[in-house]
Design a binder for this molecule. Structure first.
Ligand SMILES: NC(=O)c1ccc[n+]([C@@H]2O[C@H](COP(=O)([O-])OP(=O)(O)OC[C@H]3O[C@@H](n4cnc5c(N)ncnc54)[C@H](OP(=O)(O)O)[C@@H]3O)[C@@H](O)[C@H]2O)c1
Length: 284
């Protein structure tokens, strides 16, 4: 709070994570006329629309770190109609699934991910898919211009998977991936869920390895776009945070924040799961 009170500051960068005190710090800074850059997916997913009403809020690093998807959806694709988004939004589980595909048990894959600093001591945010649900809520709000409550997105994590299912999928020509997907139908009905799915081995999503992330966007005019890159790690996150800071210094409009601000007075829409067959068959 002492830092926020300093009058010479133009911008504040928030990378502490969590809802509080980050929410209080960010709203205080925005109300004092500062620009705010945050990497906090949890906060943006839950409170992005009301916070963005208070001033320029930038959050490129909050989804898939170095993949420039946030401003792309709000700005570069601003003239388009996006029908669906789908992706691998959690590098930790993607790495664990790869280890399980090589024969490791869930417990061994988790222990290895924890040893390598990929998974937290409490792995729930990753393995129970809370982390990709927050990211998917942000992407879906930007893509469909509707307010989405991340807690309404159905989640099936990877705890119940084992090497047997991975091997069975492989024999049938599939790779099991934790897929986050959302679609809008007739401009109104929104489906979204996160669950392990059987991805054909020759599909681009099947070839997303390790801690990489990928996002496929289906737009009415631009067509099918695929973005892939490092979804986590200090360098990748810093790249996105500093790009936001440079945009703030240049006075580039905070397009994604402005879009979220337009949703602040609306209620979260009903979100139903995509179901077991699309975009790929459910794996569990
Ligand atoms: N790591 C990534 O690859 C990545 C990628 C994209 C986005 N993000 C987002 O970036 C944020 C931080 O993630 P992280 O992985 O860097 O977490 P982290 O390693 O836990 O770092 C958080 C830092 O914030 C500090 N902090 C926490 N609460 C604070 C408070 N109340 N006052 C002052 N400092 C406080 C912590 O200090 P102490 O250690 O002293 O507690 C720590 O230095 C999260 O929102 C995350 O979702 C991370």
């Amino acid at each position: 709070m002492q830092l926020l009170a300093q009058p010479q500051l133009d911008a504040i960068v928030e990378v502490m994570g969590g809802i509080e005190p980050a929410s209080t710090y960010i709203s205080t800074a925005l109300q004092a006329g500062r620009q705010v850059i945050t990497a906090n997916k949890q906060l943006v997913a839950a409170q992005g629309p009301p916070l963005a009403c208070l001033g320029p809020l930038r959050f490129e690093a909050s989804v898939a770190s170095a993949i420039p998807i946030v401003e792309t959806l709000a700005d570069a694709l601003g003239a388009d109609r996006i029908g669906s988004i789908m992706g691998i939004l959690n590098g930790t589980t993607n790495s664990m699934l790869a280890a399980m595909g090589g024969g490791a048990s869930y417990a061994d894959a988790l222990a290895d991910a924890q040893r390598r600093g990929l998974a937290e001591a409490d792995p729930s945010a990753d393995v129970d898919a809370h982390d990709p649900a927050a990211k998917l809520a942000i992407l879906a709000m930007l893509a469909f211009r509707r307010r989405i409550d991340p807690s309404q997105i159905a989640r099936v994590g990877i705890r119940d998977l084992g090497p047997g299912q991975m091997e069975d999928g492989r024999r049938r020509g599939f790779v099991i991936k934790l897929i986050a997907a959302a679609a809008i139908h007739d401009g109104a009905r929104i489906e979204a869920d996160i669950r392990p799915r059987l991805v054909p081995a020759d599909a681009p999503m099947a070839r997303v390895h390790g801690a990489m992330n990928a996002i496929a966007v289906d737009a009415e005019y631009a067509g099918s776009l695929i973005f892939e890159g490092p979804g986590a790690g200090p360098d990748a996150a810093a790249s996105a945070v500093l790009a936001d800071l440079i945009r703030a210094a240049k006075g580039v409009p905070a397009s994604a924040g402005s879009l979220l601000a337009t949703l602040a007075d609306t209620s979260p829409v009903t979100v139903v799961p995509l179901g077991p067959t699309a975009p790929y068959p459910a794996a569990s």
